[in-house]
Design a protein around this ligand. Structure first.
Ligand SMILES: Cc1cc2nc3c(=O)[nH]c(=O)nc-3n(C[C@H](O)[C@H](O)[C@H](O)COP(=O)(O)OP(=O)(O)OC[C@H]3O[C@@H](n4cnc5c(N)ncnc54)[C@H](O)[C@@H]3O)c2cc1C
Length: 481
């Protein structure tokens, strides 16, 4: 169940401010502790350890499963933050012991190495070393995920275990040998952080597990919509409340005896909230989705959601460009179905791109929508099309310009979902055609999507600036002590 009604949805800038202020709290509390005088580098080392520990704990809520955190940003942005924050907290962890030994190393390099070896091998520092090792393993297994011989579920379970190892061994290290953290207000703050992480785990794997079992849904039908693509109609079982959602959002879905949060998969809702139940359009892509077409009608389904901000409600505009590539048509179809259901009057331009014409799904429904909406449709297939209203090729600049014809780019929003390279290329072309960056909204189905758009790069810069502020805070802490 999403927590969107419980917590306010914060903008990206507000979330960044909360993140920075909360990260500064340990440093502020440390200022109130009296410790034996240290070198400035040692203060910097302590500050980096505290900020890394704080950052590790926050990673548990930037996993895309907390609507209060990701609701305003969308899964693409929140996962970008999660990945970049992992890098700066790893950097802080690498520098944490090095900064402690730097003064010694500068005076006597041999003695500096002895001190470093001591930190890495002495039993009193062992939990810190384990925590550091867990962070490195987390990053390595994430970078190499597609090349590891593990199922996604095993990787995901391992990610949780390594994350818990990193944070709890790190907390033990802070309590055991931390100059500022061993006692006083800071020790209590770390206790609160430990409880918060346990609370997050209880929500993710206890409360949500309970909901998956006590608010079941049922599979009402499975229909083949295109080559290796299936549409599932899922209805709430008696006693399960309806899901309040906006067209374009997504849910996490599990089925049968696999109804445990570790085994769920994200799928966009290809439906209008004005219809009962949920429709999902699912493409065969691996272990779970390959058997989706064989699920028996009546099978118990677990639904957790809704999530995300990929919906016209979250992005008001005078006109809309809807762009779907491959199975990326799923949320677009949901948005379109909702527009038909509520009699949308704004101009809508929809482009649907596929590799082969047999990959087009729900074509008759899309064509019928042009009769009742102010909708123009572009059907693009890379292979030879098999219908007169289809075009061959990709979504080029000239085709996008045609789509924007008669619309004011500043008042139009583009909602796009598709493969990473297509999303990056089309996003950049739309900016070239005069659309403001904030008006180009996209969602990708693969967090690891390689190609990067101008918007991705701007996002990276914004996120890295949060890390840079923390770096300045570390320097300020060291200089002010
Ligand atoms: C926000 C979002 C919405 C999505 N909506 C749809 C949709 O409407 N229709 C559709 O067909 N697909 C959708 N996907 C993709 C879909 O979740 C994956 O194709 C599916 O989970 C693959 O699972 P698998 O076991 O069949 O394949 P696997 O072989 O296990 O995985 C193939 C790839 O899918 C991704 N994946 C697998 N499991 C998960 C998971 N639990 N969480 C996140 N990513 C995972 C990974 O990148 C993995 O490399 C969406 C993905 C996201 C992130």
């Amino acid at each position: 169940m999403s927590n969107e009604n419980v917590f306010p949805r914060l903008s990206g800038a507000a979330l960044a401010a909360v993140y920075i202020i909360a990260a500064l709290l340990p440093l502020i509390l440390a200022r109130t502790q009296s410790v034996a005088p240290m070198d400035g580098w040692e203060y910097a080392a302590a500050a980096m350890g505290m900020i890394a520990l704080w950052g590790m704990a926050v990673q548990f809520v930037t996993s895309g499963r907390f609507e209060a955190v990701s609701g305003q940003l969308g899964i693409d942005k929140i996962m970008a933050f999660h990945k970049l924050a992992a890098l700066w907290l790893a950097l802080a962890l690498v520098l944490h012991p090095l900064a402690y030994i730097l003064p010694t190393w500068m005076a006597d390099p041999a003695l500096g190495w002895i001190r470093l070896q001591f930190y890495l091998t002495d039993p009193s520092y062992r939990t810190g070393v384990v925590s550091f090792g867990a962070v490195l393993a987390l990053i390595a297994t994430s970078i190499l995920r597609d090349r590891l011989p593990w199922s996604y579920e095993v990787w995901r379970g391992g990610h949780v275990v390594l994350g818990l190892t990193a944070v709890f061994f790190g907390l033990h290290h802070a309590w055991a040998v931390g100059r500022f953290s061993a006692e006083g207000a800071l020790a209590w703050l770390w206790a609160i952080v430990a409880l918060a992480v346990l609370g997050v785990m209880a929500i993710l794997y206890g409360w949500r597990w309970w909901l998956l079992h006590h608010r079941p849904w049922r599979l009402a039908s499975v229909i083949k919509r295109a080559d290796r693509m299936w549409e599932l109609d899922i209805q709430p079982a008696p006693g399960t409340p309806a899901l309040p959602y906006h067209a374009g959002q997504f849910v996490w879905m599990t089925e049968g005896t696999r109804r445990f949060p570790l085994f769920d998969h994200p799928f966009s809702i290809a439906d209008s909230p004005r219809r009962d139940g949920l429709s999902l359009l699912i493409k065969e892509a691996g272990d779970f989705t390959n058997q989706i077409g064989t699920l028996p009608v009546g099978r118990v389904i677990g639904i957790d959601g809704p999530y995300g901000e990929f919906s016209p409600e979250a992005h008001p505009a005078e006109a809309l460009l809807l762009i779907g590539g491959g199975v990326g048509i799923a949320p677009i179809l949901g948005i379109l179905r909702d527009m038909v259901a509520r009699g949308e009057t704004r101009p809508v331009r929809l482009a649907y791109t596929v590799g082969q014409p047999e990959n087009f799904a729900c074509l008759e429904e899309l064509r019928a929508a042009t009769e009742v909406l102010d909708l123009r449709l572009w059907l693009l297939s890379e292979d030879q099309p098999d219908a007169p209203d289809m075009l061959q090729g990709r979504l080029t600049r000239s085709r996008l310009s045609e789509m924007l014809d008669g619309l004011a780019p500043a008042d139009t929003k583009a909602l796009m979902c598709g493969p990473g390279p297509m999303v990056a290329a089309v996003s950049d072309l739309l900016l070239d055609l005069g659309m403001p960056m904030a008006n180009v909204i996209y969602e990708r189905f693969d967090y690891a999507a390689g190609a990067r758009s101008q918007q991705d790069r701007a996002r990276t810069r914004n996120i890295l600036s949060v890390g840079a502020v923390l770096g300045v805070a570390v320097a300020g802490f060291a200089l002010s002590m």
